[in-house]
Design a protein around this ligand. Structure first.
Ligand code: ZN
Length: 299
């Protein structure tokens, strides 16, 4: 690939001048691994019901040192980009847990990341799907817009609407991000079921991509796959996704149940880059050892 094309893709992903610098040397961007499962592992909490009682994203306010430690471990492992600890940090997601400190949680997560960020690395604001059919579209858009504005205030370089699975949710999420954080690059990634052709809730990938729509002028979108699939299965799905839309550039498989070791994870990440990915990281079950192995495999 020519430097010119690589540069264009990196600027699409991160929208910054530094992306041009990195594009001259790097084979692809290394993202972080899981944040939630790393933080939950620290005290053995399990994800779903507990998150309602004490959301993991609230740790950025309640126990910031724990979050700072995980962020720093990913940068130390060689990640170019880390995600903020803001999964579930919208007003509509925090309300059932009795939390309304939406600004403190989002701003705190971004500022903690900036404290440990080495020069020349990036921070991406993480935004999750609501899984809330009970909420109307305006509430979802408002919630995402508010979160995006706080993340932008915290100085993130881009936003990532991740683990998307439903047309209604991705449409509302994207509208909210565009309204709340004008100008920031946006990544949208989908969680697919074992078919590799539809989301975990059974929506064809083609419909989800159509719902995302074309790029905005001056603000290209980046698409990807994250969560739900192990590396080998996600590689197959990624190839199909790229045939559907060349904007698919992100690859973030899971590594859990049963565990995928760092070496196998890194080999799949390398293969994804060979198949057109430009940003590779891990989702649930991955940790700093997976990211370090990936970084070493790209050296
Ligand atoms: Zn995941």
């Amino acid at each position: 690939m020519t430097h010119g094309l690589r540069e264009a893709i990196y600027v699409r992903v991160l929208g910054s001048l530094m992306a041009r610098v990195l594009a001259q040397a790097a084979p692809g961007l290394v993202l972080d691994g899981a944040l939630g499962t790393q933080l939950l592992d620290q005290d053995g909490l399990s994800a779903s019901p507990t998150q309602r009682v004490r959301p993991v994203c609230a740790l950025s306010v309640d126990q910031p040192e724990r979050v700072r430690t995980v962020y720093a471990a990913y940068f130390a492992a060689g990640a170019d980009v880390i995600h903020t600890n803001t999964f579930g940090a919208t007003r509509h997601d925090l309300a059932p847990a009795g939390r309304s400190d939406v600004r403190a949680i989002n701003l705190g997560a971004a500022l903690l990341a900036r404290e440990v960020r080495p020069a020349g690395r990036w921070i991406i604001g993480d935004v999750s799907p609501p899984w809330r059919p009970d909420l109307d579209e305006a509430t979802l858009v408002d919630g995402h817009a508010e979160q995006a504005s706080f993340l932008m205030e915290g100085g993130v370089d881009a936003l990532h609407l991740e683990t998307q699975h439903a047309v209604r949710e991705v449409t509302a999420g994207l509208a909210g991000l565009r309204r709340g954080a004008p100008g920031l690059p946006v990544w949208v990634s989908f969680a697919l079921n074992d078919t590799g052709l539809e989301s975990v809730s059974g929506v064809p990938l083609q419909e989800l991509v159509a719902a995302v729509g074309p790029d905005e002028p001056e603000r290209p979108l980046v698409l990807g796959l994250n969560c739900s699939l192990r590396p080998d299965r996600m590689l197959e799905a990624f190839t199909l996704a790229r045939a559907l839309d060349p904007r698919f550039l992100l690859f973030q498989p899971i590594a859990g149940d049963p565990d995928v070791g760092p070496a196998a994870f890194a080999a799949a990440g390398r293969a994804a880059l060979d198949r057109g990915a430009h940003a590779v990281g891990g989702c649930c079950g991955t940790g700093p050892a997976h990211i370090a192995a990936l970084r070493a495999a790209l050296a």
